[in-house]
Design a protein around this ligand. Sequence first.
Ligand code: GZL
Ligand code: ZN
Length: 338
Amino acid sequence: MVKKNLAAISAVALTALTLTACGSSSEAGGGNETGGKGAGSDGKITMGFAQVGAESGWRTANSTNIQESAADAGIELKFSDAQQKQENQIKAIRSYIQQKVDVIAFSPVVETGWDGVLQEAKRAGIPVILTDRAVDSEDTSLYKTFLGSDFVEEGKKAGQWLVDNAADADVDGDGDINVVELQGTTGAAPAIDRKEGFEEVISSNPEIAISQSQTGDFTRDGGKQVMEAFLQSEDGIDVVFAHNDDMGLGAIEAIEAAGLEPGKDVKIITIDAVKDGMTALSEGKINFIVECSPLLGPQLMDLAKKVLDGEEVPARVVTEETTFTQEQAAEVLPTRAY
Ligand code: GZL
Ligand code: ZN
């Protein structure tokens, strides 16, 4: 029950919601008076987390995992949902600075424009941990560590599957493997890096080319609308490369509405491996999924404790993840955590 409520709360994009770890209520904006160094006067760590939004199954699973991990770690969590707007994330971080939280963590919706607010946190003596997505700040003293996936690697894995399965992927047999790409949020690290990795690997096979590429903003609806436009603008689309499952699921709706069979008439490669994506994969509507784990919570809480204890932490912590074929999806679905 708690899980559903938490997900529902974060999904309605309440800002600066205070979630307490052990159920004792602390008024919003309360937090500890000492702020800054180490845990608050009550010995309890308060973390301010500025989440991107609730745009995809991945994000919802990530939010739930962070909230549960804070509770398990006895960390008081202040949580906000920026509805994918950078200015809302910056506002949330500023509010955490004013509330003198012990540590700030966030997933930057885009790579640029963070130096100002990160310098404010640094001046306030509040350590910052990046999770999931990166920032392009040159000054790496602005955050303690970056915990998240290697998105270039994810793009490479997606490209490698296509290179390895090129013959099958030329569905219309015209000798060209025509790819359309559904990009993630413009300017977001996963969108930039997945594209880079994918293009690097497919460049080894001149038959493979991306004919159209547009952002679907990591949402199902975005993927559906862009795929409809792709289908209207050209025939002979062999492959869809979607930067996340949700846009791939939207593309499936558009492909079926056009009277085509997803996974057969058009091959689909996505990234994330959330439950709905893995279900479509096991049903043969998606052909290959590269996993991107949203379960960053336990490592985040551990890193926060280490940082506040003044322990050295690695500048970069890369999450472990794998890939799934249709056969593998059917096997693991029953035991997937998200
Ligand atoms: C990747 C994460 C991306 C997911 C999308 O770590 O930032 O954002 O791939 C999510 O599903 O919206
Ligand atoms: Zn073709």
